[in-house]
Ligand binder design. Structure first.
Ligand SMILES: O=C(O)COP(=O)(O)O
Ligand SMILES: [Mg+2]
Length: 225
């Protein structure tokens, strides 16, 4: 259970609000095709999302989840990916069930809201607008807008400071080990969703305050506090 009623609710994007992997996978495969390399496919790409676009492209080029250094043709590959994803960002990406309803009720309840993602700012705002989420979010912070990515706590600490809310009064809602580590290091409360892109990680091992099956469960939890 959450230890306190949050004064700020911060949402992760990919894997928490939006199932973006089908379009990300398509753009990865377009990029690999341009380089004359075999396609990766959606199942593998799902395991590569969550650490920003540069890491995604390195993973796609090497097939390794923790690639060392910069693989050959990285810059060229990154440019191909950025172009392909910009063109196909919203072909098949969908909100997870309960997201719109949950966000609308949280906003109506007067809670300040933010989205903090490792996604590049070239894509974040457009995706939020195309999926109709922009009106529910008071602040959006993308991976390239902070010096450090999640799991580093900086994006969360800067976001809490932006609102003037103490980290201990702030809630991170995410799907991955990156979100959990960032939340713990920042001193945020943590809610996790069981879907998304956390691979085989056991959610309990990430020590969330609460696991919610959908974002629509959150407003009821807040009311109870
Ligand atoms: O890695 C990305 O591009 C985005 O990941 P996030 O929205 O889950 O932080
Ligand atoms: Mg995520």
């Amino acid at each position: 259970m959450l230890p306190a009623r949050p004064g700020l609710v911060v949402f992760d994007l990919d894997g928490t609000l939006v199932d973006s992997a089908p379009d990300i996978a398509q753009a990865v495969d377009i990029m690999l095709g341009r380089l004359g390399l075999p396609e990766a496919g959606e199942v593998r790409v799902r395991g590569w999302v969550g650490n920003g676009v540069e890491m995604l492209v390195k993973r796609a080029l090497t097939g390794a989840v923790r690639p060392a250094g910069e693989p050959p043709r990285f810059r060229e590959a990154l440019a191909w990916f950025m172009d392909a994803y910009a063109e196909h960002m919203c072909d098949r990406s969908r909100l997870y069930p309960g997201v719109r309803d949950g966000l609308a009720r949280i906003k109506a309840g007067g809670f300040p809201t933010a989205c903090v993602t490792n996604k590049h700012s070239r894509f974040t705002q457009t995706l939020l607008e195309q999926l109709g989420l922009a009106p529910y979010l008071d602040f959006v912070g993308s991976g390239d807008q902070f010096a450090q990515h999640k799991p580093h706590p900086e994006p969360l600490l800067k976001t809490a400071a932006h609102f003037g809310i103490a980290p201990a009064q702030s809630l991170m809602v995410g799907d991955s080990a990156n979100d959990a580590e960032a939340a713990h290091r920042a001193g945020f409360m943590l809610a996790l969703v069981p879907y998304g892109y956390h691979g085989a990680v056991d959610l309990a091992a990430l020590e969330p305050d609460v696991v919610v099956k959908s974002i629509a469960e959150l407003p009821g939890l807040f009311e109870a506090l």
